[in-house]
Design a protein around this ligand. Structure first.
Ligand SMILES: C[S@@+](CC[C@H](N)C(=O)[O-])C[C@H]1O[C@@H](n2cnc3c(N)ncnc32)[C@H](O)[C@@H]1O
Ligand SMILES: [Zn+2]
Length: 401
């Protein structure tokens, strides 16, 4: 506390402070850490007494704290959302890093960051089914459940004490839920979430592979699954091992992520320079379509169109069409079109769980228009060729810088 702040703590302001803290119903029901409170009020009294007479309730409360025996390591923390003191998440937790062999009994930095991000991106979560992995005491899941207008959320953890604490914290913050809202032990295997979240779950090298397996099992149920993991990077090697363990399925060599406008290259599949070039150009076509052509990835015709354009512009040179079985010397033009259709079909089937016949119909429907659209490159480019350099050189002729 600065001297100017202490100076304004006249009796009336001290009274207001007492009402907001010592007499506050929430803090009485769910007291904060005893040691913290003692130090806080001692320091406060120290600061104010040079300027004002100290309010009696400060001393009374300090005596009460001194006599209070801490029965266990648990206390409550009150997290004020968006600086609005009417909007508080109360979490029963400990100050300890590890309790009974689990790190889950306190709220970690990453949980705060992920919740903060969710509060700034509520639209991402609205009406969605969410599963949280390794919820710990539950701050992130409970905050998102309260604030983001979800369809449902399942908080998970593997430690019994943690699960009991989560339940307690849910009761504190969402008292209207009743026991019938409890997830059953098999709830996670039955649910098909739209979104998977996790905070500070990338810390133990031995659980990285199982974690990736769990993420993959949810992707297998929903190929549009979104995954948001917040991590505190304590050990760069552990974090990199996680990124390396996040390998792609062998039918996928890369991808475009519209959320963060980033291209992902699958290091386990795209292992040669030419492949990386191909992935980058292919995904940049999707990026272009998303940014310039308002591509909606959930619309199958949009997706098929973008895949046709990507295949047309970056794949299906004569040799690759030949190796795919779509080429012959006598019908080169037709062969190129067939190659593009086949490649687009594989791409659509790799990222969406739809039947082959349905995918073929959609590709045929949009093919003439999308095959003719050579924006923004203006020419077909071949892998491992000078085409990339030419495209860069010619960009200004097509109006691109
Ligand atoms: C560092 S804590 C993070 C807790 C919380 N998400 C946070 O950020 O405050 C890691 C949590 O993951 C849980 N956990 C570790 N291995 C797990 C597993 N195999 N299955 C489910 N939960 C696990 C732990 O019990 C612990 O609660
Ligand atoms: Zn694609």
């Amino acid at each position: 506390m600065q001297p100017e702040e202490a100076k304004v703590m006249c009796w009336d302001n001290q009274q207001a402070f007492v009402n907001a803290t010592i007499h506050n119903q929430l803090l009485q029901n769910y007291p904060v850490n005893n040691e913290f409170s003692k130090l806080f009020f001692k320091k406060l009294i120290d600061c104010i007494e040079s300027y004002h007479e100290i309010h009696d309730d400060f001393y009374t409360f300090l005596c009460f704290l001194m006599n209070k025996k801490s029965l266990n390591t648990f206390c409550h923390r009150h997290y004020v959302l968006n600086n609005d003191t009417r909007n508080i998440i109360t979490i029963m937790e400990t100050n300890n890093m590890v309790v009974n062999g689990t790190t889950g009994m306190r709220t970690w930095e990453a949980a705060l960051t992920l919740a903060d991000w969710a509060l700034s991106n509520k639209d991402v979560f609205a009406h969605k089914k969410v599963v949280e992995l390794g919820s710990g005491v539950g701050f992130t899941g409970i905050t998102i459940a309260k604030e983001c207008n979800l369809e449902s959320i399942v908080l998970t953890d593997c430690h019994n004490d943690v699960l009991k604490t989560i339940k307690r914290n849910i009761k504190i913050n969402l008292p209207k839920l009743n026991n019938s809202d409890d997830a059953q032990p098999n709830a996670v295997s039955n649910i098909v979430p739209d979104i998977l979240i996790g905070a500070d779950i990338v810390y133990d090298p031995s659980i990285l592979q199982p974690l990736c397996n769990v993420i993959k099992s949810f992707f297998d149920k929903n190929d549009l699954l979104e995954v948001y993991i917040a991590s505190m990077i304590r050990n760069v090697d552990t974090f990199n091992s996680f990124l390396e363990a996040l390998v792609c399925d062998y039918s996928v060599s890369g991808g475009y992520d519209p959320e963060l406008n980033q291209i992902v290259v699958c290091q386990n599949v795209s292992t040669r320079k030419g492949m990386v070039q191909g992935v980058l150009v292919h995904e940049m076509i999707h990026m272009f379509d998303y940014c310039r052509n308002e591509l909606d990835f959930k619309n199958m015709e949009h997706l098929a169109c973008s895949e046709i354009r990507a295949a047309n512009l970056t794949h299906c040179s004569f040799t690759s069409a030949w190796s795919q079985g779509d080429a012959s010397w006598s019908k080169i033009k037709k062969a190129h079109q067939d190659c593009v259709k086949t490649k687009a079909l594989y791409s659509v089937l790799a990222v969406r769980q739809i039947g082959k016949a349905e995918a073929v119909d959609i590709i045929e429907k949009v093919f003439p228009k999308c095959y003719a659209d050579l924006e923004p490159i203006g020419r077909r480019i071949r892998r491992n060729s000078e085409d990339m350099t030419r495209v860069l050189r010619d960009a200004s002729y097509y109006g691109y810088d």
